[in-house]
Structure formats: C-alpha cells, structure tokens
Design a protein around this ligand. Structure first.
Ligand SMILES: Nc1ncnc2c1ncn2[C@@H]1O[C@H](COP(=O)(O)OP(=O)(O)O)[C@@H](O)[C@H]1O
Ligand SMILES: [Mg+2]
Length: 259
C-alpha cells in the first residue's frame, strides 16, 4: 500500500484546527465590529388575507435574514407582497404562519403593547404618503411619536433630525408651506429622530419627481454610511441598485435576488 504523504497527513490533522481558529477569529471580529448581528429573521413566513375563496396568500413561505448595518432593497412587481413583507419585518403585522425573530426574540410571543413599544423605540417607518399632520409644524410632527413614547428629549432630538435632513430653517412651517420633497424629509426626520436600529421605507420616492427622489435617496445613503440598517421597498430597479443587497419577490415568493 502506498504510504500517505506527510503533507496530506498534516492537512488531515490541521484543517479542523485551522478552521476552528478562523471561525474563532471571525466570530471575535464580528463581535468587535458589532455590525453583523442579525436584526430580523423570517422563517417560512406566510401571510394570508381573508378566508375561503377570496383568500389572498400575499406571502408564501418567505425566509430571509437582515443583518445590522445592511442597506437592503425589497423589489418586485405591484402586488408581489413587498408592503406585506415590510409590515411583518417592522412588526406592524404578524404572519399567518411561520416565525419572525427580532434580535432572536420571537415576536409572536409578544403582546400588542410590547410590539408597539418595540416599533416606537427600535424602528423608523417612512411611507410613500408622508402622513404628516397638517395642523402641526414640521418640528411638532417629528416630536409627536417620541411624545407618545414619553421621550423627554423629544424637542432636542427632533431639531437634530430636522437639521440632518436639511430642514433647519423650516422647523416652524406647517406641511401646506412645504414642498413634496420637504414633506418626505420631515417624514424621514420623524423616522430617525428616536435613533432607531432600523429604518423601513416603503416606496419613499413614489410621490416625488426624479430629482427630489434622488435627494431623498441620498439621505438614506448617508444614514447607511453612518451605520443605520435600511430596508427600502421599491419597484424601481434603479433605486434598488443603490442597496448592498436585494430581495426580489414574485407572487409572494422570493425569486432570486442577491441573498
Ligand atoms: N389588507 C389586505 N387585505 C386583503 N388583501 C390584501 C391586503 N393587503 C394586501 N393585500 C393583497 O396582498 C397582495 C400583496 O400586496 P402588497 O403586499 O401590498 O404588494 P406590493 O406592496 O408588492 O404591491 C396583493 O394581491 C394585495 O391585493
Ligand atoms: Mg406596496
């Protein structure tokens, strides 16, 4: 029988040791950098609206993870389940079947008040419709959700957020006195003022012209560079390409994308 070469013998002995060593180093670096923790995990998530013949399966067995610090896009045609997936990622809605873990915690085990607190503290939402209250100023609109959370520093944080989105000189204006792009900037300020872990934006440029939409996308890019986790829902592939990773939905199922 041919003897085993010393080189192969060395590899056989050392490769598990080397692999364990690299795993240790990788885990150590991940912990040190702190930017690779999984924020959200979806396990075989189904969402069915209605019952019987009129039931619509908006999500059909979606599994995905979102890591801290990612800029991820959810794309797909109209009706493919993007907004439904965003509602579930943002704990606005629970799945019909399957599991959702937020930082390892099963959200189906949380009651509505825990979920509301979690959304209020850890997630910032931006929608296509800006959803500003017309009778309140920009500053008051940004402060409002923090006041619901009894946040003492609401005014200071709201001012800082409005400054960040370039509206320092518009804080006292009411929505009727602001342009579409400025409305969305106020909405973004409202989403980031409480320093959430994750910003979820559903077609945030859908009601804006191309230039204003690009400016708004620039704000998301800056927020991502500052370490924020961004989930952008869009049917626009040009906007989606600005994200680092893309999940594509077709008929409620993940179809390719860069998982
Ligand atoms: N509240 C609801 N009740 C019934 N059907 C719904 C509801 N919300 C969404 N749907 C249906 O679920 C499917 C996915 O919708 P949605 O997630 O809004 O898709 P997208 O955001 O990709 O356009 C669509 O067929 C839509 O009509
Ligand atoms: Mg939608």
């Amino acid at each position: 029988m041919k003897p085993i070469s010393p080189c192969i013998k060395f590899q056989a002995i050392s490769s598990p040791v080397i692999s364990a060593y690299f795993t240790y180093i990788y885990t150590f670096l991940r912990c040190m950098i702190g930017c690779m923790e999984t924020i959200i995990e979806l396990h075989d998530v189904w969402k069915v609206y209605g019952r019987g013949k009129t039931a619509v399966s908006a999500l059909q067995g979606v599994s995905a993870t979102i890591e801290e610090g990612e800029f991820i896009s959810i794309t797909g045609p109209s009706g493919s389940g993007k907004s439904t997936m965003m509602s579930i990622v943002g704990a606005l809605d629970l799945p019909t079947r399957g599991k959702v873990f937020l930082r390892g915690k099963d959200i189906s085990k949380m009651d509505e008040s825990d979920l509301a607190a979690l959304r209020g503290k850890r997630i910032g939402f931006v929608f296509q419709q800006f959803n500003l209250i017309p009778t309140l100023t920009a500053l008051e609109n940004v402060m409002l959700p923090m006041e619901f959370q009894d946040d003492n520093g609401a005014k200071k944080k709201a001012k800082e957020a409005l400054e960040k989105v370039g509206l320092k000189d518009r804080m006292g204006h009411k929505p009727a006195e602001l342009s579409g792009g400025q409305h969305q900037r106020v909405a973004i300020a409202r989403a980031i003022a409480h320093n959430p872990d994750m910003i979820l934006a559903d077609e945030p440029t859908g009601n804006l012209d191309t230039k204003t939409g690009n400016d708004v996308m620039g704000i998301f890019g800056t927020l991502h560079n500052e370490g924020k986790t961004i989930v952008l829902v869009t049917h626009d592939m040009g906007l989606a390409s600005r994200a680092n990773r893309s999940i594509r939905l077709v008929d409620g199922k993940i179809d390719g994308g860069n998982l």
